[in-house]
Design a protein around this ligand. Structure first.
Ligand code: NDP
Length: 571
């Protein structure tokens, strides 16, 4: 029988997941089946660690006690994110700060080489899913013990867990997502479309396929790729990777959409019939789906050859289907061509606007109008503003979860290339054959709603982005922050002091403004709103678990200070 190196109750040094930092932990137990030690950190965080991630206290090269007692001195020697914390902590209210200081003063830190750090990240990734699952189950049990019922938060965690973390969830999503896109596309063409209708009969197989449609999709992607690689626009730096390296991204998305709009305008002027997009919507979606599957296969295969430092922390379960779905490699690149960044920001996003424009032309043709309806104009302008804003502030995507944490696999490839352009355009698609007239006061009210949502969305995203890029930015000096053991700080006032995801709140208000122009006759144009609530509630829950893992007690403190997640006083 193999001997267990550390015993229950031993005080040892445990690596903090995804970092090269070691903290004092107590061993709670050892599981022979998984060969993992359950340990508890001083802030109460329980994690499972492999033996390689544990060191005995005596074998540690510690700093002298007086130096380790001072977090500010400790941090002042570190890289820039740590310097941030020093500054931030001085801005935070004194009571929590002193509490944190007392927690931090006992921590001992060593810096390991990037190679060891990357290896640790890989080891962690092997059992990350299972750690998350176990922690969630424990929390659910606690909730049951404490008050005999599950609250919404716990329930959301459970749904997230069932939907995304377990490999069977990946099988489900792999089948469900394409089926759902097909379902909604077929519904729109019905006279009486509804999300609660039984699925319409499947069209014959050859109705899905059109070689010309595939040709157009390939041309579109190549055209966007060409614009992406042109040496126009800024080269922006991404957030530091686990290795400390920062990748460079060509952020010329605004240029790409302007050129695309000019080319589309010239094409229409030259007599190209863009209503082809409306009449061949299903075939275009099928062609794009095929491309997203081929791309995902390529991504999965190449990820098998990627070094451990290049892999995402999720998506390394060893289950082929799960890893194919979730994405294995964090930033797959062909030379400097970043596949994830390109797919996130270009063909699907700009394609969304092109499809909307084509739907406006189709509406005029089908309804015999000289100009698109108010409803169609609102949907087109609102969504165009959303995309243009995203491309204008393209750098901000470099600090989002997709870019920083998620591997690139089917989930994102399908989402970026198929889901966004072929379901986010449903409102415009719906309006082509289901006109909805709007009065001027209704138009005004919807525009005001959209602007309010946009203001909240843009301001909150910019605030966090500016803070993450330069925490010492004088424009943010009035904001309160909480330092964390990782060296990064958390904003606790300003937009991020109102709710924990103010950007989601703004996005949801905008989603409401996109659906309202379509009226209340059918549920289908409200599909985006419903889907978006589910998406953002799930995303928020996923982010909460991730931040809890990263920031431990500092995150708990943030959650105690900022109690609501998305909607003040409601949720
Ligand atoms: P966020 O931009 O909200 O990023 C979450 C991350 O922000 C956290 O993981 C954490 O990362 C950091 N963070 C959280 N709280 C704080 C705080 N108090 N202070 C400082 N940093 C904090 O998440 P998303 O990537 O999900 O969303 C980005 C935008 O994209 C949102 O506006 C969202 O609505 C939109 N979106 C739109 C979708 C669509 O289909 N239309 C789909 C998904 C998102 P760290 O600490 O590591 O920096």
């Amino acid at each position: 029988m193999p001997t267990v190196k550390y015993q229950k109750g031993d005080t040892v040094m445990g690596r903090w997941p995804g970092s090269s930092l070691y903290y004092e932990v107590k061993v709670l137990g050892f599981k022979p089946r998984t060969q993992l030690y359950t340990v508890i950190y001083k802030d109460g965080t329980e994690l499972e660690l492999k033996e390689q991630d544990i060191k005995s206290v005596s074998g540690f090269q510690t700093r002298s006690r007086s130096r380790s007692r001072s977090p500010s001195r400790r941090r002042s020697r570190s890289r820039s994110p740590a310097r941030t914390t020093r500054r931030s902590s001085s801005r935070t209210t004194s009571a929590p700060s002193s509490r944190r200081d007392s927690k931090l003063k006992d921590t001992v830190e060593v810096r390991l080489s990037p190679l060891v750090s990357a290896a640790a990240a890989l080891i962690l990734s092997d059992h990350l899913i299972f750690v998350v699952v176990e922690r969630l189950i424990e929390r659910l049990k606690d909730a049951g013990k404490n008050n005999g019922r599950l609250n919404l938060t716990k329930l959301t965690s459970l749904v997230s867990l069932l939907c995304l973390f377990l490999p069977p969830g990946a099988y489900f999503w792999l089948l469900f997502l394409p089926a759902w896109v097909l379902f909604v596309i077929l519904q729109v063409n019905l006279k009486d479309p509804s999300l609660v209708n039984a699925p319409p009969p499947l069209p014959p197989l050859d109705a899905f396929w059109d070689a010309q449609a595939l040709g157009f999709v390939i041309l579109w992607i190549l055209f966007q790729a060409l614009l992406y690689i042109l040496p126009v626009g800024k080269l922006s730096e991404g957030m530091p990777l686990r290795s400390g390296e920062r990748l460079k991204y060509r952020t010329n998305g605004f240029f790409a959409i302007v050129v695309s709009a000019i080319v589309a305008g010239i094409a229409v002027h030259q007599g190209v019939d863009l209503t082809y997009v409306h009449s061949h919507f299903l075939q275009l979606a099928t062609a794009t789906f095929i491309i997203s599957v081929l791309l995902s296969i390529y991504l999965y295969v190449r990820s098998r050859y990627a070094s451990s430092a290049e892999l995402a922390l999720g998506g390394n379960s060893g289950n082929v289907v799960y890893d194919f779905f979730k994405g294995h490699e964090l930033n797959p690149r062909i030379k400097n061509f970043d596949l994830k960044f390109f797919c996130e920001m270009r063909p699907g996003l700009i394609g969304w606007c092109l499809i909307n424009f084509a739907m406006a032309l189709a509406e005029m043709k089908q309804q015999n109008l000289d100009a698109p309806s108010y409803a169609m104009i609102l949907v087109n302008l609102f969504q165009l503003l959303y995309v243009v804003d995203g491309l204008w502030n393209e750098e901000a995507i470099l600090t989002t979860m997709d870019l920083m944490h998620d591997g690139f696999g089917f989930m994102l490839a399908f989402g970026d290339l198929v889901w966004v352009p072929f379901t986010y355009t449903l409102q415009a698609y719906y309006l082509v054959s289901h006109p909805n007239s709007l009065s001027l006061p209704a138009v005004t009210a919807i525009v005001i709603l959209k602007l309010i949502g946009f203001y909240i969305f843009r301001k909150s995203n910019s605030e966090k982005n500016a803070f993450r890029r330069n925490p010492s930015d004088p424009k943010l000096s009035h904001l309160k922050t909480i330092p964390t053991a990782t060296g990064k700080s958390l904003l606790v006032s300003g937009w991020w002091g109102v709710v924990r995801h103010p950007n989601y709140l703004g996005d949801l208000i905008m989603a409401l403004a996109w659906s309202l122009p379509c009226g209340f006759s059918h549920l289908l144009p409200w599909y985006y709103m419903i889907y978006f609530i589910i998406l953002l509630v799930h995303r928020d829950s996923r982010d909460m678990s991730e931040c809890r893992r990263k920031y431990g007690s500092a995150w708990d403190e943030y959650c105690r200070t900022v109690r609501y997640r998305i909607i003040p006083r409601v949720y």
